[in-house]
Design a protein around this ligand. Sequence first.
Ligand code: SAM
Ligand code: SF4
Ligand code: F3S
Length: 459
Amino acid sequence: MSGDRADAKSFLEKYTYEYKLTHGAEPRCYVHSFGCQQNVSDGEKLLGALVNVGYEPTKAYKDAQLIIFNTCAVRENAEDRVYGVIGELKHFKSEHPDCIIGICGCMAQDNQAAERIMQTYPQVDLVFGTFAYGELYSMLKSVLTEHRRLLDNEERYTDIDEEFTQLRSSTFSAFVPIMYGCNNFCSYCIVPYVRGRERSRNPASVEAEVRELVGGGYKEIFLLGQNVNSYSYGFPNLLRRLNAIEGDFRIRFMSSHPKDATSELIDTIIECDKVCKCLHLALQSGCDRVLKEMNRRYTSDEYLRIVEYARSRKADFSFSTDIIVGFPGESYEEFCETKEFIKRVGFDNIYSFVYSPRSGTKAAQMPDEISTKQKGLWLRELLLEQREVADRLMSRFVGRACRVLCDGKGKEPGVLTGKNDEGIIVQFEGEDSLIGEFVDVLITDSANWSVRGKILARL
Ligand code: SAM
Ligand code: SF4
Ligand code: F3S
């Protein structure tokens, strides 16, 4: 740790200590993350850094002396949600002028959004981008001692910090980032601009972290990266290395880019007993012209080849995907190609989004004649199609026993939910003590995108 950072750290340790002496309790901090798992993982690290200097986490922002919203910029509606939340804090800040309010993450990294927050929302004290996390202590020290507002969204080269504490919200499922950033520049996407270029963690550090998590009782290791197949030290090798760790746990990962999804990756998934037999492979569009305009660098045929290879090795290999509806210039006929394609592949799950122009990206300059309302109708059409596909596919589990990691309570009393090795949501009756445990469930029926069953045994 540099001298300045170490100074700022001891300043905060002293500050929280004195706060406790005068107030009878530690200052509380509230961190909320929007967006993808990568962001959630970053939020857990920010919380860990704050706890390390004496803050106490709270789940209610109204109790906090430090509030941080870790934001997402991937679509306009994600940003609007954040502006809404910041707006609501105006009144709170006027009643609690000493509370520090920080906005960080992908929106804060984006110049336009950061400027808007600084100019329109005086209740925000601190705006810091994804490259500034290492400066957290120094920034807080400045705000506390100089009583001025601060913006840091400089894009700087940062070494991967391996000295972090991550305060995980789950005691059984852990996010483990293996790489940061993205080099792909899909024409619609803001991520490469707000997350920088790809940087991979050393496999030894990843392995050490996973060993520690498994030793601490974690049952699910969720490897994260915007494109895990371009992990610089070889993603299949990493999977094999982690699979060799002894213990009762499973490995999942997200996301894989179709242009880099190889038969070696599929073979590895199939051959590694701890790796879940599912692949989230973002398709975005089933039309080759649109894929080209999106700069995705694969064709629908190439995509299908990966699926066919996986299914030739394991007939019900599970695929899920992301689809963008209404990319600039996309015609209804081209949208229908996507609809046909999702039927051909048979996805267990799709996450579909109406295209949202992101300023600074190439697609934001492209002419776009279809109204958002029309695109919304296409999206509904796609979801109806997918519902039929998923209904048909879910029935393949009926009569089978599945290993399920129970991850929470269902909506109905006494019902628990979890996921099987194919990533499918399974609901079953059971006691709350099963949350965080593997159970064997016999699937008895299916409904839409989930299945139901009866517990056979606690594993
Ligand atoms: N790196 C991942 C991949 O390529 O599979 C995707 C990560 S991105 C955070 C998640 C999804 O958001 C994308 O797969 C895409 O479907 C969607 N997305 C990204 N930019 C978008 C935009 N401008 N409008 C609508 N959806 C978008
Ligand atoms: Fe965005 Fe494409 Fe990178 Fe995924 S691969 S984060 S969609 S630029
Ligand atoms: Fe959003 Fe940033 Fe993730 S833009 S989806 S939080 S990488």
